[in-house]
Design a binder for this molecule. Structure first.
Ligand code: NAP
Ligand code: MG
Length: 450
């Protein structure tokens, strides 16, 4: 079946691709299972070299991949270039892993005990449309490094850069079947990763609703699963903070990628005594946030991914609006950054993941109330704390139930540090030194002295 890929900034067709059906999905899974027999036995240093070559081929296509992501996803040029770099960096980081997959030697009576980190087999990676390249790389790079083979399903809206990455892997000399991209529907291709017993692990990033169904489906085969799901993260600003700095960077913390970011700080919590000062600076920063043709180097934000997403985000605009930024009119799924002042913490915009350029601001009295309001959510992915008081920064960061926090900063993701969620924001961690544990099983071997 063919599928028209749409440019969200123009609503024009970028290209038409063929979707995989069930039989084609089973065929690539079978091919990946066959490739696993030899890939797992490639010498560690050779696997490392192949991953570095893969990184080099991706790097050599930086402009091409960025242009494709701008056209397919409406990402700003600045973001798209960062995203290609992220794939290169993640591949390079994990290219060091095959030679460092250390086991242990454990003291025992009557012999020697050693552990091995064995690969799992075929890993299925299911990617959402919000960050097509990075999220793909966070799955496939450590999986391949640990000796697994990978089948990857991009989101329907955004398959183009993933398909290119599949080609570049072959160009780099990674054997056929080791890394295969299979575009298609979640209900067909994605679901087959869950039900086909040759797939030993599913890495899923997307909505909490689909994530729960995948976890339930994987239970049937006790299939390993990593989940990166939604978020409702807080940007907590204490009165003692550098208010101008906190307010100046707050738009980027929520409107980056048009708010279509699981780490978006969609709740801004400002200590009451600093509220007026914060809002004054914040309004200036929101009005300066440039929403425009994403291919321009000056763009801070592009369009949303689809008409459907735009309509879904608009339903959150039923609370008092403090102020908005601006956005282009005409074709494209455009929306102005919007700042809401919800009447209470039961407002949908305060409780639910918006996945669009909408942020809600509320005040708190003291540290205890700030923590309580931030933790009043089933999600727990990310967040920021702004304060000059080191003790408070430590107390609050230990108290917030979330996987990734930044103090006096809004950055969430570094390829060398762990990333993942508490509560219904996910299960397991990606990136950083420990991600390999998610792509290996520990095998214990006892060797008798006899
Ligand atoms: P989604 O349905 O969870 O999609 C994520 C990925 O899962 C896509 O590749 C999708 O394929 C696939 N999928 C869908 N149903 C599946 C199934 N039954 N079995 C296996 N795979 C399946 O997310 P969405 O519909 O694109 O977005 C809906 C909402 O999810 C957003 O508004 C946002 O709130 C949230 N979201 C969160 C993140 C995040 O990073 N945490 C990312 C994206 C979306 P298709 O492309 O064919 O649907
Ligand atoms: Mg969906």
């Amino acid at each position: 079946m063919s599928y028209d890929v749409i440019n969200p900034a123009t609503e024009k067709i970028v290209t038409t691709i063929e979707h995989f059906d069930l039989a084609a999905t089973d065929a690539v899974i079978a091919q990946a299972a066959k490739a696993y027999d030899s890939w797992r036995h490639v010498a560690p240093s050779d696997r490392a070299t192949l991953l570095r070559k893969f990184a080099a081929v991706v790097a050599s296509h930086k402009e091409e991949l960025a242009a494709l992501e701008i056209a397919n996803s409406g990402h700003t040029r600045g973001n798209a270039l960062w995203e290609v770099d992220n794939v290169v960096n993640v591949l390079t980081y994990y290219s060091a892993a095959p030679e460092r997959l250390f086991g242990k030697q454990i003291p025992v009576a009557g012999g020697v005990d050693i552990t091995f980190k064995e690969p799992l087999g075929v890993v299925g990676v299911i990617v959402p449309w919000n960050f097509p390249m990075p999220i793909a790389g966070w799955g496939f790079a450590p999986a391949l490094a640990a000796g697994n083979t990978v089948v990857l399903k991009p989101a329907e809206y955004t398959p183009l850069t993933a398909m290119k990455l599949g080609e570049y892997a072959l160009e780099a000399g990674i054997p056929k079947g080791v890394f295969t991209v299979s575009p298609g529907k979640g209900s067909i291709v994605g679901n087959r990763f869950v039900t086909n017993p040759l797939v030993r692990k599913v890495v899923f990033t997307g909505s909490t609703q689909v994530g729960k169904a995948i976890m339930a489906g994987c239970a049937d085969q006790v299939k390993r699963v990593t989940l990166e799901l939604g978020g409702k993260s807080s940007n907590i600003i204490f009165a003692d903070a550098d208010i101008a700095k906190a307010a100046g960077s707050a738009p980027g913390a929520v409107f980056d990628n048009a708010g279509q970011d699981c780490c978006a700080r969609t709740r801004i919590l400002v200590q009451k005594s600093a509220f007026d000062s914060f809002m004054e600076h914040f309004e200036v920063a929101v009005k300066k946030f440039r929403v425009e043709d994403p291919s321009l180097a000056t763009a801070d934000m592009g369009p949303l991914i689809s008409r459907k997403q735009l309509d879904s985000v608009q339903t959150f605009l039923d609370e008092p609006i403090a102020f908005t930024g601006s956005a282009p009119t005409g074709p494209g799924f455009w929306m102005a950054p919007t700042v809401l002042m919800p009447k209470n913490t039961q407002a949908r915009s305060w409780r639910e993941e918006v996945f669009g350029p909408v942020v809600s601001v509320m005040t708190f009295e003291d540290e205890a109330q700030g923590i309580e309001m931030a933790n009043d959510s089933e999600y727990g992915l990310s967040g920021s704390i702004w304060t000059r008081d080191v003790g408070r920064a430590l107390r609050v960061s230990r108290a917030i139930e979330t996987g990734n926090l930044s103090i006096n900063s809004n950055s969430s993701v570094r390829f060398s540090t762990p990333f993942g969620g508490f509560k219904q924001s996910g299960l397991g961690r990606e990136l950083g030194p420990d991600a390999l544990d998610s792509f290996t099983e520990v095998k214990n071997v006892f060797i008798s002295n006899d």
